[in-house]
Design a protein around this ligand. Structure first.
Ligand SMILES: *Cc1c(COP(=O)(O)O)cnc(C)c1O
Length: 223
């Protein structure tokens, strides 16, 4: 790794910067288990992965008390092996995927916690519910038909740009949607996580109301 300081130091620095009460997900995708172990030994317990196969290979090689978060685009045919393996699926980007997660969770007899991914960024390539799709889902009380899935909040990414005002605008829009959904469905208990912010923009996300941030490169170096 080109950086002169190690994973443990970078993580300690981050621990001191991230405000109390904000959950830090260490995004370990494409990094080997030895590096995850280093972060674990420095005290980190939540790790994020974006590919099912990679996650399933890493889980048995690392301590059992790690909370694994799935943060990548999830294809419906990969849902089955993932169920029961992670603490939170952050990247549920369609009603169809949500339904399949619920069915597979029922088959396995477990409850799966998920976040709904919202698309507010300017890039067409990003996944997620549009703000209107999200409103429709909550207004029609789509969550009531789920028996084995718990919707714990929202996840989003800002536009990939150096324009900090634009990034802040994206995060503010998501935070506003989050509050709006809580007003539409005040009875949806446990809907309290707002996951937004990565290495380049997490301080802005926290200022705009994130309760969870997902940081990779600032901990593990470049991928
Ligand atoms: C890779 C990834 C991150 C982490 O990105 P960094 O810029 O390395 O911090 C966060 N969230 C998602 C959804 C990702 O795919």
């Amino acid at each position: 790794m080109p950086e002169s300081i190690g994973i443990s130091e970078r993580l300690q620095r981050l621990f001191s910067l991230v405000p109390e009460g904000i959950e830090l997900v260490a995004v370990s995708k494409f990094h080997p288990v030895e590096q995850i172990r280093e972060a674990y030994d420095a005290g980190q317990r939540i790790f994020g992965e974006s590919r099912v196969q990679e996650l399933l290979e890493k889980i048995p090689l690392l301590p059992a008390d790690i909370s694994w978060h799935f943060i990548g685009h999830l294809q419906t045919n990969k849902v089955r092996p993932l169920i029961g393996k992670c603490a939170l699926i952050e990247s549920v980007d369609s009603g169809r995927l949500l339904k399949i997660i619920d069915e597979e969770s029922a088959r396995k007899g477990c409850i799966t916690r998920v976040l709904l991914q919202v698309h507010v960024a300017a890039e067409e390539t990003k996944f997620g519910f549009s703000p209107d799709e999200l409103r429709d889902f909550f207004r029609s009380r789509g969550f009531e038909s789920l028996t084995n899935t718990h919707i714990s909040g929202l996840m989003a990414m800002a536009t990939n740009t150096d324009d900090v005002d634009m990034v802040r605008g994206d995060f503010a829009a998501v935070a506003s949607l989050f509050r709006e959904m809580r007003e539409i469905a005040p009875d949806l208990r446990g809907f309290e996580t707002l996951s937004m912010g990565m290495t380049g923009d997490w301080p802005i996300a926290v200022e705009e109301g994130a309760t969870m941030i997902r940081v990779g490169s600032a901990i593990f170096g470049p991928r």
